[in-house]
Design a protein around this ligand. Sequence first.
Ligand SMILES: C[S@@+](CC[C@H](N)C(=O)[O-])C[C@H]1O[C@@H](n2cnc3c(N)ncnc32)[C@H](O)[C@@H]1O
Length: 301
Amino acid sequence: MSFIEYDNRIKEGDTAIIFLGHESMFPVKIQEEGKTQTKYGVIRHSTDLIGKKYGSKVTCSKGGWVYILHPTPELWTLNLPHRTQILYSTDISLITMMLELKPGSIVCESGTGSGSLSHAILRTIAPTGHLYTVEFHQQRAEKAIEEFKEHKVDHLVTVLNQDVCKNGFGVTAIADAVFLDIPSPWEAIEHAKLALKGEGGRICSFSPCIEQVQRTCLALEEHSFTEINTLEILLRVYNVRTISLQIPDLGKGGEDNSGAEFDRGNQSTQDASRASLQQGSVQFKSGVPPREMLRQKKKII
Ligand SMILES: C[S@@+](CC[C@H](N)C(=O)[O-])C[C@H]1O[C@@H](n2cnc3c(N)ncnc32)[C@H](O)[C@@H]1O
């Protein structure tokens, strides 16, 4: 298993996602002697998981079942152990696009934090790109190194345990893109400029407060960056619910007219629509907000 390639079968040492439902999943490290407790009972790794296909439905000791999912950066973002605030997939998608990340990109990032963004970057830049990620908190840097190894992406990433504002990214004139998620990004702009390639490099800084955004924009101008934009992405999930509609009495002609509405679509859809209209209500599926929306902090890029 690797976070950048799909493997069919569950093996010892893998990180798998135990999926009990969209609101309930967690990562587990697969070990020969391992046992995992769920509300549906125990899962024994040796007999229930190792050798099975990813995506399998596994029955637990109390008779309930779970699915075992292959890890992806998106699932990791939802399930990783939090050491810091993290970036979620909505912002990650915009950052990836605006930084023009692609296979082969050289990227600098600081701070590493919990590695949520790092995993997404690594999947995007594989197999030939490289990520230089700088984290000044020693335990966070060490934990990130450990996770990158476990997830078999360590060949694509260099973790530096240093202060990016004082010591920079450890590379010069090679980065296609620089990303900052630190409290004082304006202090790292000079180092970002040094790390970026001579022409056409892109930089993105992610901040929760507008004052941080202002100071960063000023520092970017001072260092001759151009085309500076401030963006915020808001994910809006439509609230779809069941409603009752009053059916107006349109008389005979009206009935004929409403019948014309059913000329489109297939017969079974038409029959279902007719039936629900006759009962005076229309049924819809309810909308489910993505899990990340429950946790997301507001930040401005
Ligand atoms: C909000 S977290 C980053 C979260 C990360 N983007 C993610 O998605 O998991 C900010 C991290 O930056 C680190 N940090 C803050 N200032 C720093 C600096 N000057 N140099 C290096 N790391 C720094 C903090 O220790 C913290 O781990």
